[in-house]
Design a protein. Structure first.
Length: 361
């Protein structure tokens, strides 16, 4: 049942309010990241910022919104003539939201766990782990196949268990929770919520999930409810007793191997492994990747801004956290590099087999 307060403000205004809350929350995350950083010296316009904002957050999200909701879910509901069908429509709106919240989060724990434990499902998820600096926007970098699967499964019960009117109000409410929680757990904010991390997921646990440390390649799958990890034995957080570890915080983030830089490369790479290094060596492809930098540089030069400033401040081209990728990018394709215990190690599959790294091949 749609709350009367929502009906009174009108559906259009309801969407506008949610449309204000999400960017306002993003601005709050940016401010907190500047004043209380978990990892120091991460720029707002870190490397990959524009990829995540323009391609993943704006373009891909808008396309998938049409595909998932208009074509697939509401398309099926309307085709079956189920617009007024909704066995849960008479229930309290907030109770319904809570039920969808819990059940979806439980599903996400197991789906996320399967993605990390299956070589082929991992390919739908690895783009999400390709950032070397994790911040509020990093969560938006997800392969379209991952979003297509997870959001279709997430919102199908809402659309088919509620009538169309109630579903249209429920979907933005659930999406709002997803958005603000997704930004929160990825945020580069140095918080210490203590034992609350046994119940509610936050940056502490999820920053470790994105760490390039051998010990956490199969840890911290929870999205919102951290309890799933502790119940099912996959929780990892050195600051919680009695667990001890060599480092209180990750020394490195991202994948243990080189990965394509462009949106379309990443999209294709999940389905077909190809030699992206060959393309990146090509003059035309390098020009294509640098096109937005060149255009931005040309435009800002009209206002007296130098090319060096644009490259380093707006596009973060000289980021030392990517130096290891730049140095080893064109070497052995099977080379892996990560922290293991207290040491940074290099690993070659041809020399030493490690089953825990099999999914990365």
């Amino acid at each position: 049942m749609v709350p009367e307060v929502f009906k009174s403000i009108g559906y259009g205004n309801y969407l506008k309010i949610i449309g204000i809350i999400i960017p306002a929350w993003a601005i709050l995350m940016i401010a907190l990241e500047r004043f209380f950083p978990y990892t120091p010296k991460v720029k707002l316009f870190r490397r990959g910022f524009w990829l995540d904002l323009v391609w993943y957050t704006i373009i891909q999200s808008k396309v998938l919104e049409k595909v998932i909701f208009t074509l697939i879910l509401f398309g099926a509901k309307n085709y079956l003539g189920l617009q007024d069908f909704g066995p849960m429509s008479g229930m309290n709106f907030w109770l319904c939201l809570f039920i969808f919240f819990i059940t979806h989060d439980f599903y996400m724990y197991w789906m996320h766990r399967f993605q990390h434990n299956n070589k082929y499902l991992w390919r739908t998820h690895e783009a999400h782990h390709s950032v070397r600096e994790v911040d509020f926007l990093a969560g938006s970098r997800s392969h379209f196949s991952e979003i297509l699967i997870n959001q279709t499964i997430e919102f199908a019960p809402i659309i088919f268990l509620l009538n169309t009117e109630t579903a249209l109000y429920m979907i933005p409410a659930k999406a709002l929770l997803d958005a603000i929680w997704g930004m929160w757990i990825h945020a580069n904010i140095n918080v210490n919520t203590g034992k609350l991390q046994y119940l509610i997921n936050g940056p502490e646990m999820h920053q470790w999930h994105h760490a390039n440390h051998h010990e956490v390649f199969y840890k911290n799958y929870s999205t919102k409810i951290a309890a799933w990890d502790w119940i099912f034995g996959t929780g990892f957080l050195p600051s919680l007793q009695p667990l001890k570890f060599y480092f209180p915080k990750p020394q490195m983030f991202g994948l243990p191997y080189a990965y394509p830089n462009g949106f379309w490369d990443q999209l294709v790479y999940a389905f077909k492994r190809f030699d992206f290094r060959f393309f990146e060596r090509s003059t035309w492809y390098e020009y294509l990747l640098n096109f937005r930098i060149n255009i931005t540089t040309l435009f800002l030069s009209l206002f007296g801004l130098k090319k060096h400033w644009v490259k380093n401040e707006l596009f973060d081209k000289n980021n030392l956290r990517y130096e290891i990728d730049d140095n080893h990018r064109y070497e052995d394709e099977g080379l892996k590099y990560f922290y293991k215990e207290s040491k940074f190690v290099y690993h070659k599959e041809t020399e030493n087999q490690d089953q825990t790294l099999e999914k990365f091949n």
